[in-house]
Ligand binder design. Structure first.
Ligand code: 5MM
Length: 346
């Protein structure tokens, strides 16, 4: 059928190869500036370039990362020595990815809810990114749990957008990462999160089916089933791992090439522990590789340590590499909190 079938299958497989995950560094300028602002880092293109160069030139990064997800500004940047970031990535044996959504906007008629935009002109943008060398893409939809929400309108609009995006990507040679994020914000229970994630994944896969998306040529990037940040009833690592795996088993076809979780505001330790528990306890029941596509849970310690100080680049890279390594271990069920304490960098 599609011209790119074999290539898409091979790319998807490499993205979730054993012991590796995906590094989300696709923060839009707004999000990146917000994180920089909090640390007193100048919110300039030069600072964003320096930080992204720090990440991409980390020695050994490709031991744990199959590919980074870039933002439009980043995919066009070079190192300060003039080497295109795309070349740095491919020379290290990693696969370049690109965020192609244009952000979550207010959903008309549904206060407090968002719909992700970016379908207009997407076919041409995909063609350009493919020509540049990108081989996978990402689109994030946001589902908020709150009083009377999510609405069916929000879930269906976002599921439809994700499926249209995924079909366009596959037609243009990019493996789509399909990211329906149920936000951790709120005081909802684990059970409530399960119910919303279940409904969301069900709607997403129904739309993916309707749009003819090939499951073996896509990656799902879900949130974990976890109580809201403000809930008084936090759950054990085992309970989160079990509820998440059960929800995935119920909704995700076995032929999907892989699952790569977002961290969604969990601490770095929680993100590693939850992923680890899923792989340790349920790998024999999961038909897909289960790994990570974290942003904050990999980047935050490095970003904080660097804080815009160029004399700290090498140390910050060690922080980044350590989180990448811990999550690589978690993707094989080989991480432990004991290891975390023993190898703590500071
Ligand atoms: C949920 O956000 C994605 C994963 O990041 P975390 O592991 O930190 O939750 C991430 O790829 C996200 O989409 C980007 O960092 C930010 O995108 P925007 O468009 O919000 O700048």
């Amino acid at each position: 059928m599609a011209t790119y079938t074999q290539e898409l299958r091979a790319t998807a497989k490499s993205m979730v190869q054993s012991g590796k995950g995906i590094l989300a560094m696709d923060e839009s300028n707004g999000t990146c500036n917000k994180r920089f602002d909090a640390l007193g880092i100048p919110t300039t293109e030069a600072a964003r370039q320096s930080y992204r160069e720090l990440i991409l030139t980390t020695p050994g990064l490709s031991d744990y990362i199959s590919g980074p997800i870039l933002y439009d500004e980043t995919i066009r940047q070079t190192t300060r020595d003039g080497v295109p970031f795309l070349k740095v990535i491919t020379d290290a044996g990693m696969i370049p990815g690109i965020k192609v959504d244009t952000g979550a906007k207010n959903l008309a008629g549904h206060p407090g809810e968002k719909v992700t935009e970016g379908l207009d002109g997407l076919r041409d943008r995909i063609a350009e990114y493919y020509r540049m060398g990108a081989r996978f893409a990402k689109w994030r939809a946001v589902i908020t749990i709150g009083d009377g929400i999510p609405s069916r309108a929000c879930i269906e609009a976002n599921a439809h957008g994700l499926a249209r995006y995924a079909a366009l990507c596959q037609a243009g040679g990019l493996v789509p990462i399909v990211e329906p994020e149920v936000l951790i914000d709120g005081s909802h229970s684990l059970e409530h999160c399960y119910q919303v994630t279940d409904e969301t994944l069900h709607a997403v896969f129904a739309q993916l089916y309707t749009q003819g998306v090939a499951y073996d040529q896509m990656i799902l990037k879900p949130s974990m089933v976890i109580p809201g940040k403000g809930s008084s009833q936090q759950a054990s690592v085992e309970a989160v791992a079990e509820a998440t795996v059960l929800c995935l088993l119920k909704n995700v076809p076995a032929t999907v090439a892989g699952i790569a979780f977002l961290s969604g505001g969990q601490t770095k330790e929680q993100s590693s522990a939850h992923l680890n528990a899923m792989n340790q306890r349920f790998s024999d029941r999961c038909p897909w590789p289960v790994t990570f596509s974290y942003a904050r849970a990999i980047q935050q310690p490095a970003l904080e340590h660097w804080s815009g100080d160029e004399s700290r680049v090498a140390e910050a890279q060690q922080y980044l590499l350590q989180r990448a390594k811990f999550n690589s271990l978690a993707s094989k069920g080989e991480y432990s909190s004991e290891l975390e304490k023993r190898l703590a960098l500071a």
